[in-house]
Write a protein that binds this ligand. Structure first.
Ligand code: HEM
Length: 227
């Protein structure tokens, strides 16, 4: 085993991968949110469908998408491995220390919350992403475009006419917020981005991100259901 493999399989290396993939996923969420907010435009889906066409046809974005899928899997797998490693380490000291340290609790909860988010992602990607790529989504034409585009807008709008989906998305966004609340700070800590002078600001940005992003995601289905 060379030093690189040794590092990646060490608990420090695993945490390092978790934090890098986590930061990449947090950046993706901002781009995804900005794109999805176009669903709220009262233009019959023109802006959103044009955006979805661009995102699925631009070669550079397609490459970033493959990095995204790999990051989701790596983040999930490393998270589970780290969780098991910590559990095994706790098992070794179970007889010496009976209570759980409060600093360990968030990390343990993160694993459970992460598993719920992974299940959400599988359902979510089947509902929209799979249908967009391999389902029978009809095409629509707009005067501003010289080619037809898939009408993903109507697919999303039809889903959010169902109150069950709306509630499901809102509840899942609360879970996403809980994951980001701890994840934002934790990923920066692992990379050593930590300074007494700026920690207050980092905490503030983390809290604003963890609440603001899932809140705006949750607004989308509620808005589309109501209006
Ligand atoms: C109301 C909230 C959301 C809406 C309306 C929404 C909508 C969509 C749609 C329409 C697609 C298919 C896009 C395409 O294939 O071009 C998609 C893909 C995706 N969504 Fe969401 N999404 C929401 C929230 C989320 C959240 C919170 C996450 C992550 C936790 C997420 C992760 C993803 C991923 C990973 C993909 C695949 C992206 C790609 O292929 O590049 N989405 N979403």
């Amino acid at each position: 085993m060379n030093w690189f493999t040794r590092f990646l399989t060490s608990s420090l290396g695993q945490k390092f991968i978790m934090s890098l993939t986590g930061i990449f996923l947090m950046l993706f969420l901002i781009v995804h949110l900005l794109g999805n907010l176009q669903l709220l435009k009262d233009d019959g889906g023109e802006a959103f469908n044009s955006y979805a066409y661009f995102m699925t046809h631009n070669p550079l974005i397609k490459t970033v998408s493959y990095t995204l899928y790999a990051s989701i899997l790596l983040h999930a797998i490393q998270g589970i491995l780290l969780w098991q490693r910590n559990k095994a380490a706790r098992g070794n000291v179970r007889y010496a220390v009976q209570h759980t340290r409060s600093s360990e609790r968030p990390a343990r909860n993160m694993a459970w919350i992460g598993i719920i988010i992974f299940i959400f992602l599988v359902l979510h990607m089947y509902q929209f992403w799979f249908q967009m790529h391999w389902g029978k989504v009809p095409f629509v034409e707009y005067d501003s475009l010289d080619h037809p585009v898939k009408d993903l807008y109507t697919l999303v709008a039809a889903s959010y006419e169902n109150i069950g989906y709306v509630v499901f998305y809102v509840v899942c966004m609360v879970v996403v917020a809980a994951h980001l609340w701890h994840g934002f700070w934790s990923s920066l800590q692992t990379l050593g981005i930590n300074h007494r002078k700026y920690n207050g600001l980092i905490h503030f940005i983390g809290a604003a991100y963890a609440i603001g992003v899932p809140f705006l995601f949750a607004v989308i289905p509620v808005w589309m259901y109501v209006f």
